[in-house]
Design a protein around this ligand. Structure first.
Ligand SMILES: [Zn+2]
Length: 176
């Protein structure tokens, strides 16, 4: 850091994301883009360093990329008439139901996540949620030891339940 110059006036607080150091609505978009890119970069680096089972690593990558639901939807559209959750009969619009809001997911997470952070755990934006759970083990976990592994395995198991129920429905439909 440079020392203050004699004729540059008093120290003042300034808005980091603008050249003039004055706040503007436009500069908040730059700030948002910068933070989103930083967040996206760190989630990919975090997943690439994941030391768990390779198939769970691939699963995390697909989840972060938003590819899981797209793949499932593509098949579902041709085979299953509706998008009913096979576990609770809700009609979810996103993966957040399967991984966080479905009663099956809630019953698992409620045993593992700090009660004081549970509402935040359920409602955090998905990429931030993945990143916090994979990188900041003590933020949500009641027991932070190996939390990134446990978190990933629970997600993977929830996904397997979804796939199993999905396959059962396809089989039943084929039997009719
Ligand atoms: Zn459900």
């Amino acid at each position: 850091m440079k020392p203050p110059l004699g004729d540059s006036g008093c120290d003042m607080l300034g808005w980091k994301w603008s050249e003039t150091r004055h706040f503007s609505v436009r500069s908040t978009y730059a700030m948002g883009a910068e933070q989103t890119m930083a967040s996206a970069d760190s989630i990919w680096s975090c997943i690439s360093k994941f030391k768990g089972f390779p198939k769970i690593k691939t699963f995390l990558w697909l989840l972060a990329k938003g590819r899981l639901m797209k793949n499932l939807e593509r098949v579902r559209r041709h085979i299953v008439v509706d998008n009913q959750c096979g576990v609770c009969a809700a009609h979810p619009k996103s993966l957040d139901h399967l991984f966080r809001w479905c009663p099956a997911a809630i019953s698992v997470w409620s045993a593992l996540v700090k009660p004081s952070k549970f509402a935040e755990f359920l409602n955090m934006e998905r990429m931030d949620w993945l990143q916090v759970n994979l990188m900041r083990h003590s933020y949500f976990a009641s027991d932070p030891e190996h939390w990134n592994f446990l978190f990933s395995v629970v997600l993977w198991r929830l996904w397997l339940i979804v796939i199993s129920v999905f396959l059962i429905r396809i089989t039943r439909k084929g039997d009719r």
